[in-house]
Design a protein around this ligand. Structure first.
Ligand code: HEC
Length: 149
């Protein structure tokens, strides 16, 4: 009897925890900004090696390229129609008014960053050759789809 009650209570608690986890809304603006902040960190680390401030390390390069391509793969998921304003977003209206152009920019970023990752650069020169084309995407997408505040 006592055991049965404890079990029932345990199930009730587990149930409410599950409910809370499901009810917790994901803030798409916060998620996409966090992905971009990670891109910023990774790019800074990459330029540390490219400029020679930090010695080239193939493992660190591989981690940077894996991280950027992972962010590129996820980023486009976090632009629902109800996230055009708020949360200090710098997302430009063009994302929603020119969805095909934004999608093309996303696909190019995904393709270029996956190619850089798959190139597995083993030298600084190979890393530069792989990574610099990826950074063109940062610039061109920000010009078209990010508000400069
Ligand atoms: C396909 C478009 C696209 C590409 C490619 C892109 N960005 Fe962004 N980036 C955005 C948009 C849109 C925002 C604004 C997001 C928001 O505020 O909702 C942004 C925001 C940022 C921010 C500010 C994040 C914050 O809120 O503090 C940084 C840093 C950043 N990007 C770095 C990069 C770097 C580095 C690259 C390349 C490796 C890159 N981005 C590639 C579209 C892009």
């Amino acid at each position: 009897m006592k055991r049965g009650m404890l079990l029932a209570m345990g199930l009730a608690v587990a149930g409410s925890l599950t409910m809370a986890a499901v009810a917790q809304p994901v803030d798409p603006i916060a998620v996409r900004q966090a992905l971009m902040k990670q891109n910023g960190k990774d790019t800074k680390a990459a330029f540390g090696m490219i400029k020679g401030d930090v010695p080239f390390d193939a493992g660190a390069a591989a981690a940077i390229l894996a991280s950027v391509s992972s962010a590129a793969a996820k980023f486009g998921t976090y632009f629902p129609a109800n996230s055009q304003t708020g949360g200090d977003t710098e997302a430009a209206p063009a994302i929603w008014t020119k969805p095909d152009a934004f999608k093309a920019a996303l696909i190019k970023f995904q393709t270029d960053s996956a190619a850089a990752r798959d190139a597995k650069p083993a030298t600084l020169d190979a890393f530069k050759a792989a990574f610099l084309p990826v950074t063109q995407n940062c610039k061109s997408c920000h010009e078209a789809f990010k508000i400069q505040k």
